[in-house]
Design a protein around this ligand. Structure first.
Ligand code: PGA
Length: 270
């Protein structure tokens, strides 16, 4: 039995109206279909949607009202300080107050467009874990890094820099997302074999830090998602891979129809 994580990153899409319709439809269908499929295929499913800040309240309100298990809402970003003179920023306690239980950190758009450094990501990671807001930490190489055979080196650096100063217990609470930058929003998904190779490598790096020799295997159950042009037609092949526990979905998570197609493809794979 495998626990599958299907996480939808909406980026700067879907305002309040679209969010209301999406969450209502998702809750209804998850109730009707997914729970039954979930039971029949003996998978556990966890869905989390990351709307823009202004849509969080609406999404959380509907989730709370419909009271569904296995459905979560998360924030796409947050400041590491709880409050202060940081014009334009939003803190972790603020998004928790709205109902968020997850936060995306280190997304390649934050790293490359907004110049977020490994040091900043480390600060945010520490703050989110301290607040018990579960982080989804994104890592991944650019196309030129892959071409220069630097993929493993980049992943190892990003992992080690992100978890610097954290204890094992906290590291075990991180959900990881391997997202090759060249596959995000481009329609070019990594092949299942390439994605598996990178996720397997990331797991080995993380396990070196969190593993208690001879004692436990919890490192083996650390969730690692794949992200980058995931859709209904390719999700099953990716989830078949032993080191891929789920998907972080951008464009294909924006409409409830497409999200539900992915859910079904994931549950009925093989
Ligand atoms: P995409 O985005 O599925 O549109 O490629 C994934 C992401 O940025 O997390």
């Amino acid at each position: 039995m495998k626990k599958i994580f299907l996480y939808g990153n909406w980026k700067m899409h879907n305002g309040i109206k679209e969010t209301e319709t999406f969450f209502k439809d998702l809750c209804e269908h998850v109730c009707e279909d997914v729970v039954i499929c979930d039971f029949l295929s003996r998978n556990f499913l966890e869905i989390c949607i990351f709307p823009p800040f202004t849509s969080l309240f609406m999404g959380a309100r509907i989730l709370g009202y419909m009271g569904k298990t296995g459905l979560f809402i998360g924030a796409q970003n947050g400041h590491y300080e709880e409050k202060g003179a940081f014009t334009g920023e939003i803190s972790f306690p603020m998004v928790q107050e709205l109902g968020c239980t997850r936060v995306l950190l280190g997304h390649s758009e934050r790293r490359h467009i907004f110049n977020e450094s490994n040091e900043l990501i480390n600060k945010k990671l520490k703050a989110s874990l301290q607040r018990r807001l579960r982080p989804v930490l994104c890592i991944g190489e650019t196309f030129s890094e892959r071409e220069s055979d630097l993929t493993f080196q980049v992943l190892e650096n990003q992992i080690n820099a992100a978890i610097k100063g954290l204890d094992k217990e906290n590291i075990r609470n991180i959900i990881w997302a391997y997202e090759p930058v060249w596959a995000i929003g481009t329609g070019r998904t990594a092949s299942p074999e390439n994605a598996q190779e990178a996720c397997c490598f990331a797991r080995s790096v993380i396990s070196k830090v969190v593993r208690d020799e001879g004692k436990d295997k919890t490192w083996n159950s650390i969730p690692i998602l794949y992200g980058g042009s995931v859709k209904a037609s390719n999700v099953a092949g990716l989830l078949e891979q032993p080191d891929i526990d789920g998907a972080l979905i951008g464009g294909a998570s924006l409409s409830v129809e497409s999200m539900l197609e992915i859910v079904h493809a994931a549950l009925h794979r093989g």
